[in-house]
Design a protein around this ligand. Sequence first.
Ligand SMILES: NC(=O)c1ccc[n+]([C@@H]2O[C@H](COP(=O)([O-])OP(=O)(O)OC[C@H]3O[C@@H](n4cnc5c(N)ncnc54)[C@H](O)[C@@H]3O)[C@@H](O)[C@H]2O)c1
Length: 401
Amino acid sequence: MKIGVIGQGYVGLTISAFAGEFYEVVGFDNNQRIVDQLNSGVSHIEGVENSDLQKWIKAGRYHATTVGIDLSGVDLIVIAVPTPLTKDRQPDLSYIEAACKTVGENVQKPVLVVNESTSFPGTLRNYIKPAIERYSKNKVDHLYAISPERVDPGRSDFNQRNTPRLYAGLTLEASRKTREFYSKFCDNLVEVSSPEVAEAAKLFENTFRQVNIALVNEFAQIAHSLGISVHETLDAANTKPYGFMKFTPSAGVGGHCIPVDPTYLAAVAENHGAPATFIRRANEVNIEMSEYVVDRVQADNGGSLEGKSVLVVGVAYKPNVADVRETAAELVIEHLRGRGAVVSWHDDVVKNWKGEISSPLSGADIAVVVTMHDLVKAPDVVASAPYVFDTTGKLKGVHGL
Ligand SMILES: NC(=O)c1ccc[n+]([C@@H]2O[C@H](COP(=O)([O-])OP(=O)(O)OC[C@H]3O[C@@H](n4cnc5c(N)ncnc54)[C@H](O)[C@@H]3O)[C@@H](O)[C@H]2O)c1
C-alpha cells in the first residue's frame, strides 16, 4: 500500500517514519526547504532519526515532494497540517482547506482520507469532505476518517506504538480501513461512535491540561502571597494516592497545542450558545503569568528594570525541543523590554530565533529561567547572574515561583 502524508512537520513526519516500515510513503509538504532536507535524509523533528529516514529512502519507501500530482497513485492520505488561530483568535482552517485542494485536484481514484490535524467537532464531516469534493473535478467518492494525533515531541516512553489512538470513520468501511492502516504500527486502537467524539476528545484532553496548568499558576501566586512554597505544597498534596494529579507552575504555556486547541473548543461552544468560561479564563491566567513573573523580578530588584541586563534562559516552549511556537519566553521578553531591561537569551537547542542568536550563559545582572533543557547544567545557571529567578522549579537556592 502506498500512502500520502500531507504536512511533514512534527505530526506528519513522525507518522511517515513509523508508517515507512510497512508502507511506501509520499511525504507532501509545500515548504521546498523542508522537502529538500528530508530527501537528503536529514530530519528536522526531534524523535525522527536521520537513520530511519535514510533507511526508508534507500529502500525506495519514502520520498518527500512539493508536487501535488505525486499523490495521484496513493491508496490512503493522512492530513497533518497546522490548525492555528487567526489574528482575532478564531479557528484558522486555511491550511486544512489548502490540503483539501491538493487532495481534490490530484487524487482521482477513491482513497481513504484520514485527518490527524486537531480541530473542532464537525471538521471532518462539514469542512474536509465538502472541500475535497468541491476541488475534485470528477467528484471522486473518497472514504473519510479522523484519528487525532497524540504525539508528544521529545518524549521517548510513549510513541506511535504504545500510545492508544482514537479513530472513527464517516462510514463503517472508512472505520474498518482506518483500523487496518494504523494497526500495523499502533497496538491500542480505540474506535469511538463518530468523528465528532474523536475530534472533541482531542480538544478536551488539551483543555484539561490548559485549565489545570492555569489553576496551578494561580495557586503559585496565592502561595507566594501567603509566604509558603508552592512546590512543597504541591508535593504534599501529591502524597494523596487518588483524586489528585500534580501540575507544576510555569511562565505560561506554549507549543502548538495547549495555547491553541482549547480556543477551538471555546469557539465552537460559543457558536452553539454554550458557555466556555473556564477555558477563556484559563487562557487569560496562563498568558498573564509572564507579566506576573516580570513583576516579581522587578519587585526583587529595587522596583525598576530600567537599563538592567537580563538573560532569559531557555526560549523553547518546553525542555529538549527547538520548538518556539507560542512560547511563554516571548511574552516574558516583551514585558522585560517594555520595562526598559536590556534583554538577551540563552538557548543552545533553539540557537537562532527572531533574528537573534543564543547568548552565553553568563554576564547579566539578572537571569530569568523559562525552560531548562537537559543539556543546561543547573550550577551554570545558578552562577550565570547575581540574581536568578527560576520559573521551572528545577533550581535550588534561587528566587522563583
Ligand atoms: N506538534 C504536536 O505536538 C502535535 C500533537 C498533536 C496534534 N498536533 C496537531 O497536528 C497538526 C499539525 O501540527 P504539527 O505540529 O505537525 O505542525 P508543523 O508546523 O510541525 O508541521 C506542519 C507542516 O505542514 C506543512 N504545510 C502547511 N500547509 C501545507 C499544505 N497546504 N500542504 C502541505 N504541507 C503544508 C508545513 O510546511 C509544515 O511542515 C496540527 O493540527 C496540530 O494541532 C500537533
